[in-house]
Design a protein around this ligand. Structure first.
Ligand code: 5GP
Length: 236
């Protein structure tokens, strides 16, 4: 295997983290950014989930089995990893070093748990949270596919709620009520290095508003994870 020079993950300005509750359009936005700017690439993650039709090895993910993924964890080869909907997903140091070494700006499309783990290593990395304009929009996007079971829909909503509760981990917030505008804002941060959207404080406030809407809604989220049940009790 070719040796790739080391990079200092604590200081590199070449990495950008983009997270969003599922169904918020992040992959569409990131892919367009890559098409428009040849110096911007998305890091390819490793996963144990089965390949979906139309996906390509090494483009969508590096697909591998559970023992191989666990071997990477044990050898310390992953910057972060998480279990999302029952499958492992992770970002390797090697992938990031390779892309940064090629002189690219690298977008890591990772979930909130992944960023929570990686944040202390990637100190200089700018992080972006793409959020829905309202809970109703989020619900329509998450449950609108029509083919998912009620349990799968509830699980997505629960996960989205937990993710919104961690909004304080992010530097920039993009409210995706219009895909074109959301794209311009994402491009402003990653390509132009300047952002004229909402402040961090207002972004967090927006997420808190969505969580309140969750609390007030009559939606059945199924069996909530213990930490959310506890939060519910504390807030009465
Ligand atoms: P999907 O299976 O639909 O491609 O992705 C499911 C979720 O896994 C998405 O929320 C996506 O952001 C997250 N994900 C993809 N790659 C990674 C990764 O390398 N690390 C972490 N923590 N999450 C990831």
């Amino acid at each position: 295997m070719k040796t790739i020079p080391k990079i200092d993950f604590e200081v590199t300005q070449s990495l950008f983290v983009v997270s969003a509750p599922s169904g918020t359009g992040k992959t569409t936005l990131n892919r367009r950014l890559m098409r428009d700017h040849s110096d911007i690439v998305m890091a390819t993650s490793h996963t144990t989930r089965p390949m979906r039709s139309g996906e390509k090895e090494a483009y969508d993910y590096y697909f591998l089995d559970i023992p191989s993924f666990e071997a990477m964890i044990n050898k310390g080869e992953l910057l972060e990893y998480a279990q999302v909907f029952g499958n492992y997903y992770g970002t390797s140091f090697r992938e990031l070093r390779k892309l940064v070494h090629e002189g690219k700006k690298v977008v890591l499309e990772i979930d909130v748990q992944g960023w929570e783990k990686a944040k202390s290593t990637l100190i200089a990395t700018k992080s972006i949270f793409i959020v829905p304009p309202s809970l109703e929009v989020l619900r329509t996007r998450l449950t609108g596919r029509g083919t998912d079971s009620i349990e799968a829909q509830q699980r997505r909503l629960r996960t989205a709620k937990m993710e919104l509760m961690k909004s304080y981990l992010y530097d920039y917030f993009i409210i995706n009520d219009d895909l074109e505008q959301a794209y311009v804002q994402l491009e402003a941060i990653i390509h132009h290095g300047q952002f004229a959207g909402i402040s961090k404080q207002n972004g967090i406030r927006h997420c808190e508003g969505l969580i309140k809407e969750f609390e007030l809604s009559s939606w059945d989220l199924g069996d909530l994870p213990e930490n959310i049940q506890r939060d519910k009790k504390e807030t009465g």
